[in-house]
Structures are given as C-alpha cells and as structure tokens.
Design a protein around this ligand. Structure first.
Ligand code: FES
Length: 245
C-alpha cells in the first residue's frame, strides 16, 4: 500500500520535473541574423526580449488583439515565409525571425457623412483596391486566418456588408499590405467597410438605444467611478472574471 503511494508520488515528481525541464529547454533562434538561445516556450516577442532587446514600439496588448507586433520567420530547410503576431507565436528550433516595425501605409482621410456605401466609394477612397491581382497572398499571410482577398473583392463589388463581416476580426497588423504585390492596404479597406456599414447599413438595435439612454441618465456612473479607481491588478481580475456571453 505504502509502496504504491510512493510510486504515485514519484511519478508525480517525475512529471513535474519533465514539465519544468520543458519550460527551461532552450532552443536556438536567429534574430536579425544572430543566434540566441531562448526558452523553448517563449513567444517571438519574449525571445527578442530574452535576447536583450527592448521592445518600445511594436508592442501593445501582448495578447494578440492590437496588431502592433507583426512578425515574419522562416524554419530550417523550409522555403516558406511564415508570419504571425510576435506576442502569441511560439519560437521553434532554428527559427530565423524578425519583428516588422510599423508598416508604412497611405491612410485616406475622408468625411464619412459625405460617402455612400457602394463600390464607387471604395474606388474613390482607396482606388488601389482595383489593382488586386487575386494572388491570395494577403489571405495566406493573415495571422488571424481571415479571407482577406475575399473582402478586397467584396469592396470591388460594393458589398459593404461582406467587407465588414470578413474583416471583422482584423487586428491591423499590416502584414497583408506588406506582402501585397498590388500595394493594396487591405486592413484600411476593412476599416472603411466597417465604418460604412456602421454608419449606413447596420440594423437598428432597440437594446443599444435603451443602453445609451441609461448611460446618458447616469445609471452606470457609480460603476464607472469604481472601475476608474481600481488598481491595474484589480481591473485585470475584474476583466477576466466578468460574465461572458
Ligand atoms: S502586442 Fe498586441 S497583438 Fe501583439
């Protein structure tokens, strides 16, 4: 009986040790062409910082939402260029990587009130859309797995709802624009589609109207003040403990 207990606890500690070993296993990655040993479980962003570089720009949420940290990499013996978000993509042995700084784009300035939700608007604001050669590279590079080329094609057809829908989860990392041979700025086209949809096509929501009325009447003022007074840690806990639909 007691030897069974001992065996169990031995198995447990062996498993724990294996877990710890895995956590501290190092792999070699190449950052800006130079080899570094970094923890096998590090993300690309973690590996860059572990290698001693400070990331001041090109990092925001560190949780895969803000799109500030587009990265590209290659793996040993593999011709392909891979991409991902540096804060969520885990390193691999032999990975050659680089984080992409803010990618330069032409951001159109427009007055939403003077636009119409149709193809002519996309043509006027982002004429480059019509240069699409349907190579699908934008879709292949998207770290969010979005059908980017499909929403570019939807913009050409003036299907604003499809542009909004297909680009909804875009984090604006700009990797699509970086790889596009036609120099389209797909993520900005997606934003235009979402704005047009929100301004002209969205369905009326009585629930939203009611909630806005409540906010204006100060129903949530006390709750807002409490949130504003919370420490970062408490706010984080409240966020993760919140009711999810
Ligand atoms: S830092 Fe926000 S998505 Fe990576």
């Amino acid at each position: 009986m007691s030897s069974g207990k001992n065996a169990k606890s031995k198995n447990k500690s062996t498993a724990k040790k294996a877990e710890e070993d895995a956590a501290f296993r190092l792999v070699t990655v190449y950052i800006m062409g130079k080899p570094y040993k970094v923890p096998a479980e590090a993300t690309i962003m973690g590996a860059i910082e572990y290698a001693g570089q400070q990331i001041i720009r090109g990092a925001g949420c560190r949780e895969g939402f803000c799109g500030a940290c587009g990265a590209i990499f290659r793996l040993p013996g593999d011709y392909k260029i891979y991409s991902g978000l540096a804060c969520t993509t885990v390193v691999q042995e032999g990975m050659t990587l680089t984080q992409i700084p803010a990618f330069p784009v032409q951001k159109a300035v427009y007055d939403l009130e003077k636009l119409e939700p149709n193809a002519a608007t996309f043509q006027k604001v982002y004429p480059v859309v019509f240069r699409c050669v349907s190579c699908n590279t934008c879709t292949k590079v998207c770290p969010q797995g979005l059908q980017v080329m499909d929403y570019v094609n939807a913009a050409m057809r003036g299907d604003v709802e499809a542009v909004m829908d297909l680009s909804f989860d875009c984090v604006c990392c700009g990797l699509c624009a970086m790889r596009c041979p036609a120099e389209i700025v797909q993520h900005k086209v997606g934003i235009l589609g979402k704005r047009l949809y929100g301004r002209y096509l969205r369905k009326h929501s009585p629930e939203l109207a009611e909630r806005v009325k409540q906010i204006e009447a100060g129903v949530f003022d006390k709750e807002f003040s409490q949130l504003m007074a919370m420490s970062k840690e408490k706010l984080k806990k409240a966020y993760y403990d919140r009711d999810m639909e």
